[in-house]
Write a protein that binds this ligand. Structure first.
Ligand code: ARG
Length: 459
């Protein structure tokens, strides 16, 4: 059979394999609610403009409501023969209300229709994701508050660098997630223009009020250029770009949990509810949730790549390639919300081992910078000389198998005669963090101030 929507031009229907490659209903049925909302707004607008008779509009509105109900109740039969969500809805509408259904597609094309649907869908998804990010920030801030003065080693190159507080470390992720949230909000604000009424590509001769339908759908305004309206997938690429960045942030935090929960670190214990065992090694507690969050960043990066590659060679205006924009967007939203929820759950039940963190912070001559700073501040030594003197003291401690604060004053003086007992005040890890009081620094006082600000900014 020929397709009912363009059967006039075609003598035969599609090959089975053509139907299969052409159909998007398998995934774009997710857009049913937005598709129906877009159609209802379009019909209302055409009625106000005198393009559609009120009685036809009434039939269309009621018919679309029944289609929506059928879908929500699982009674709707999606058909591959109807290709996509737009034609599935319209075909069913025409079964329900008859010929009036044929008036709905006036002054409109699937090209503007699909752009409207995807923007509306993404707008809601972004609102959901902002809530998911906020929930994760909230648990991280709570844990930071509990550990504002829990000392742990801060690392660079994964080598002990300077002591920090665990609260401070967690707040670093709160900042990253804060930027993710603001990128989500930016993306939402930028996408919120209505393509409806751009029609196929050139606009339409009907006296449509694009401002009115935009308003009905909660868009800020209609898009400016009809060609751009149907060809623009910036909003989807932008979303996938910020999603890839967010996936990377979650992956980095996941990587920390994988490290911290290894007995070699022993800093945290992931709750049973977020761990799994081994089928052969009875002692194992594997941080599977963290590992999977780390893996899923690969998908969000892949989703961005997919769409960039789909779009990069497309001339204006709509090309069918663009039908392949949806799966990456859907998958990214699903992956990100799953990863955010799993990370939030993991931090709800995580146990922090302060003793192990403090013990690790004592290793690796981690207060060597404090010693060098003391030589500068107390003895007036140039920093480069202080660095050298400290290096020699570290070498001495290493040779003796001791921590810096276990060396005697005489041993230190053997490296530099002017060192006096005041030096011992700066060699403890608590002393080290307490002195880092610069704005945004790791001292418990700064961390508590940062928590107060983070609560006001994010919660
Ligand atoms: N299913 C199509 C898509 O997702 C709708 C637009 C089709 N337009 C067209 N001219 N074939 O992109």
């Amino acid at each position: 059979a020929t397709n009912q929507l363009w059967g006039g031009r075609f003598a035969s229907g599609p090959a089975a394999i053509m139907e299969k490659i052409n159909a998007s209903i398998g995934f774009d049925k997710k857009l049913y609610r937005q598709d129906i909302a877009g159609s209802k707004a379009h019909a209302e607008m055409m009625t106000k403009q005198g393009v559609l008779k009120p009685e036809d509009n009434a039939a269309i509105q009621a018919g679309l409501d029944s289609v929506l109900q059928e879908i929500e109740e699982g009674r709707f039969e999606f058909k591959v023969a109807h290709e996509d969500i737009h034609m599935n809805v319209e075909a069913r509408l025409s079964e329900i209300i008859g010929p009036a259904a044929g008036r709905l597609h006036t002054g409109r094309s699937r090209n503007d229709q699909v752009a409207v649907d995807l923007k509306l869908w993404l707008r809601d998804a972004i609102d959901q994701l902002i809530g998911d990010v906020k929930a994760l920030q909230s648990i991280l801030i709570r844990r930071a508050e509990e550990h504002a003065d829990t000392v742990m080693p801060g690392f660079t190159h994964l080598q002990p660098a300077q002591p920090v507080t665990f609260g401070h470390h967690l707040l670093a992720y709160v900042e990253m997630l804060g930027r993710d949230r603001s990128r989500l909000a930016d993306c939402r604000a930028r996408l919120n223009e209505s393509p409806l009424g751009a029609a196929a590509l050139a606009g339409t001769p009907y006296p449509l009020d694009r401002h009115f339908s935009a308003k009905l759908l909660g868009f800020d305004k209609p898009t400016e250029n009809s060609l751009d309206s149907v060809s623009d997938r910036d909003f989807a690429m932008e979303f996938l770009g910020l999603g890839a960045i967010m996936g990377v942030h979650l992956s980095r935090l996941a990587e920390e949990i994988v490290n911290w929960s290894s007995p070699a670190f022993g800093f945290v214990r992931v709750a049973d509810a977020f761990s799994s065992g081994s089928s052969i090694m009875p002692q194992k507690r594997n941080p599977d949730a963290a590992e999977l969050i780390r893996a899923k960043a690969g998908r969000t990066i892949g989703n961005l790549n997919s769409l960039l590659i789909v779009m990069k060679g497309l001339p204006l205006a709509y090309c069918k390639d663009m039908q392949d924009d949806k799966e990456p967007v859907f998958e990214a939203v699903e992956t990100l919300s799953l990863s955010l929820a799993a990370m939030t759950g993991m931090f709800e039940g995580i146990t922090i081992n302060k003793d192990r963190m403090r013990g690790a912070a004592e290793a690796g001559f981690i207060t060597a910078t404090d010693l060098a700073d003391w030589l500068v501040l107390d003895l007036g030594m140039p920093f480069r000389d202080a660095h050298h003197v400290t290096g020699r003291i570290v070498a001495l401690a290493e040779a003796k198998g001791q921590r810096l604060d276990e060396l005697t004053l005489e041993e230190m003086q053997s490296v530099h005669g002017a060192i006096h007992k005041g030096v011992f005040g700066v060699l403890t890890v608590e002393g080290s963090v307490a002195r880092r009081t610069s704005y945004g620094g790791t001292s418990p006082t700064q961390v508590r101030d940062a928590i107060t600000r983070a609560k006001a900014r994010f919660l």
